[in-house]
Design a protein around this ligand. Structure first.
Ligand SMILES: Nc1ncnc2c1ncn2[C@@H]1O[C@H](COP(=O)(O)OP(=O)(O)OP(=O)(O)O)[C@@H](O)[C@H]1O
Ligand SMILES: [Mg+2]
Length: 241
């Protein structure tokens, strides 16, 4: 159909992530689980994509394959035209650290470091000086209205506050893409909504591409695109807003 063609050309033009014909099988004993079945997905630079679907349908597997943490059984993934399955393990890790920010259901902290130090850590790992890292971490915390927490230890904060600091840490390296797997899973509805609004701001104001998995149907229409998965396949991909 002609309208489909126009959309396709546009999305391919500014594609950030291209998942091409990706299949993922897990072999457990004598059984093979088909976690992903020939999945095709193009994520545009401006997308805030919300992915949902029943438990076990392959959402986390898809995210892990895009991140290069797991290898597809067949098919390939390109990020801004770069084939991640052709990279070495080290190249992939460096690429991930620089270009993709990741947020999980429970943020992981170095407990002996305060909020500011935890947020600066990805920059130290990338080789920035401690001074430069702390300056940039302060900027990001201020940007997200989190400066008040700088000197506290993450474990002294509420779940929602920790998740917001986790988001600051995920964007401190200025990644192209932010990926999140159930980031509101442990939060009450008010804190969950605050997190979703922060993602929206990062998408709109800071022009980050966002791919987010959630079970919470209140958030399925939060971004500009909703993708429904079932049994290893994408069964609906709807743009709105
Ligand atoms: N490392 C693994 N080894 C074997 N099977 C796996 C592995 N990881 C995932 N699977 C299987 O692949 C399928 C998809 O799992 P996945 O974790 O992607 O689901 P999900 O959609 O993220 O579910 P949930 O909403 O519960 O997080 C499931 O049947 C799961 O049991
Ligand atoms: Mg999952």
């Amino acid at each position: 159909m002609s309208t489909g063609k126009i959309t396709e050309n546009k999305t391919q033009h500014d594609a950030v992530i291209e998942v091409k014909d990706v299949t993922k099988n897990f072999v457990v004993g004598k059984n093979t689980i088909q976690a992903l079945k020939k999945v095709d997905l193009v994520v545009s630079a401006t997308d805030f994509m919300v992915i949902f679907g029943p438990s076990g349908c392959g959402k986390s597997t898809l995210l892990n394959i895009i991140l290069g943490l797991d290898k597809p059984t067949a098919g390939e993934v390109e990020i801004r035209g770069k084939k991640i399955n052709l990279m070495s393990e080290d190249e992939r890790a460096a690429f991930r650290a620089e270009k993709i920010g990741m947020v999980y259901q429970m943020p992981y902290w170095i407990k002996s470091l305060n909020v500011l130090e935890n947020v600066s850590l990805p920059l130290l790992v990338r080789g920035l000086s401690q001074g430069q890292s702390l300056i940039r971490a302060k900027e990001v915390l201020a940007d997200l209205n989190l400066s008040d927490f700088s000197g506290q230890f993450p474990t002294q904060l509420s779940g929602g506050q920790q998740q917001r600091v986790g988001l600051a840490r995920a964007i401190v390296t200025n990644p192209w893409i932010l990926m999140a797997d159930e980031p509101t899973g442990n939060l009450d509805s008010k804190s969950g909504e605050d997190i979703m609004k922060l993602f929206l701001e990062l998408n709109k104001k800071h022009k980050r591409t966002i791919v987010l998995v959630t079970h919470n149907e209140d958030y399925w229409n939060f971004g500009n695109r909703r993708v429904e998965m079932s049994d290893g396949e994408i069964i609906e991909d709807k743009r709105h807003g």
